[in-house]
Design a protein around this ligand. Structure first.
Ligand code: 76R
Length: 248
């Protein structure tokens, strides 16, 4: 059998996608809406304290299209803390005006395909920072789950390590062209959720997301072995903009 690649794993991750029930929100009293907004902002303030203390991170985005209105991406050192963050939102007043349209549970993952012999990447501060990343406050986000194909002659999991390494190297070269324009967080979800990985891309310019994903489709690894779930795209929602976002 083919040899499994070793992974390095960091913070646990939840992508929590919500649709807002605008009808019910409009029908609520001003007082109820004000209280719900203030409570949501103070929840984000708590997350900011955690982010600054570097014991977790988060991203809050307003989503475009029918799939969701809001995405909260939460990173925490343990599944327990991840669950607590989810529950804190679920118990808030705003949550009662939302339905969860999708969620995804995973863990930040770096694989060792591109590690050179003799290197010990676990020890490098760069690796540690990437396993416990502070999510950027960039304008746009794109999230999608994916698998590596396991069908007929196109089976990622029966390819020899050297071949997978070659394909991943080519993949990383395409990715590198977008340095400074795209930040990607790969999380692994085998055993945790319905797909094998999640891809989260942060961009300053939305078009760079499309260009990168398009260009990667022509890399052998994506062309032959990539299988993709639904794509979610959104714009950053700073805490101070919450009242404008929720104003009706
Ligand atoms: O860890 C590293 O950054 C080194 C190189 C690298 C690895 C190992 C890398 C670089 N990726 C790696 C692993 Mn990636 N990545 C994706 C997608 O849409 C598609 O076609 C695929 C979705 C994108 C857009 C993307 C971007 N990558 C992985 C894995 C795990 C595979 C496994 O273990 O079998 C997946 C599923 C995956 C998917 N990747 C990069 C990028 C970008 C932009 C880079 C360059 C990062 C940089 O050098 O700054």
């Amino acid at each position: 059998m083919a040899e499994a690649v070793e992974t390095m794993d960091g913070w646990y991750c939840l992508h929590d996608l919500r649709r807002i029930n605008w009808g019910a929100w409009k029908a609520a009293s001003n007082q109820t809406r004000e209280a719900a907004m203030t409570e949501f902002q103070s929840l984000i303030s708590n997350w900011e304290t955690i982010d600054e203390a570097k014991i977790g991170s988060h991203a809050v985005y307003t989503m475009i299209g029918h799939k969701a209105d809001l995405m909260m991406m939460i990173l925490r050192p343990t599944m327990k803390e991840l669950n607590e963050a989810e529950l804190a939102f679920n118990k808030s007043a705003l949550a009662a005006f939302t339905t969860q349209t999708y969620s995804y549970v995973s863990v930040v993952e770096l694989s060792k395909y591109t590690v050179k012999e003799g290197e010990n990447p676990e020890e490098s501060p760069g690796t540690q920072a990437r396993l416990r990343p502070r999510l950027p406050k960039w304008e746009h986000i794109c999230f999608y789950p994916m698998d590596k194909r396991r069908k007929g002659d196109e089976n990622w999991y029966t390819l020899p390590m050297e071949e997978r390494r070659r394909l991943m190297y080519e993949h990383s070269m395409t990715g590198r062209k977008y340095a400074g324009k795209i930040r990607q967080i790969i999380t692994g979800s085998m055993g945790f959720d319905d797909w094998e990985w999640s891809v989260t891309l942060f961009a300053k310019d939305a078009l760079d997301i499309k260009k990168l994903v398009y260009e990667m489709r022509f890399d052998e690894v994506s062309a032959k072995y990539g299988e993709f779930g639904a794509f979610y795209v959104g714009n950053i929602l700073p805490k101070d903009d919450v009242p404008v976002f929720l104003h009706v």
